[in-house]
Design a protein around this ligand. Sequence first.
Ligand code: ZN
Length: 277
Amino acid sequence: MEHIRYEVDGPIGVISLDRTEKANAVDQQALDELNMAFEAAATDREIRVIVLRAEGKHFCAGHDITASNTAVGREAGEATPQTAVDWDVRGLQAIYEWETIHYLGYSRRWRDIPKPTIAAVQGQCIAGGLMLCWPCDLIVAADNARFSDPVVRMGIGGVEYHAHTWEVGARKAKEMLFTAQPITAQQALESGMVNRVVPLDDLLSETMDLAGQIAEMHPFALAQAKRAVNQTLDVQGFYSALQSVFDIHQTGHGNAMTVGDYPILVNLDQMKDTNRN
Ligand code: ZN
């Protein structure tokens, strides 16, 4: 693997984002590798707890949009490994199918791995970065962590995995989306979005201590506890809300395609021109 590292530390599987030259922005390759690492940890009976962390100053700068545009816009007939996408399709259907697998699909799959997962977040965690840490069961934040979803600036109502409202509550979710401003580690703690805020230098050790403590519990009991909480959220509508809002998100892509020449992003200048005309 090129962008992701996977290491085993006793009963703990440690997955590291390791694409620091891009502030750990994720493209299709990184997402596929990340999924492989989660899969390896999920299927290894010796692994009791999974930690997701990042090398470098920042946890994740979001989706590598240049890369996903390339993927969505790839020429008909080009092979795409590890996906069921038919690249003969174009337009919104291509985006919908690609994002269903790589964005909503992966995040949901990671969220439902029947083992505890802990994200350790430092620095910036932007947009697509939220789709990596939110599916984890616990989040330990360094005191310099900043969480943001500035996708409204691009003409779309938020990232593909709409956990915002569940993670920070309706008002804070709206503020986060309307202003594109980050919430701090401390604010994330107050809203219940993260479990702990620790000094940056202690992030890994505190996370591994927590993982070690959890790893002493019975794995099936942990799986049941996780399922109990996730199932409660799903009964409350989390699962269907995610799918509904994913479809709203696709309306944003559809609009972007009608007002701009770029399949993923709205070109705001062009949008203004279109509105003027
Ligand atoms: Zn999208």
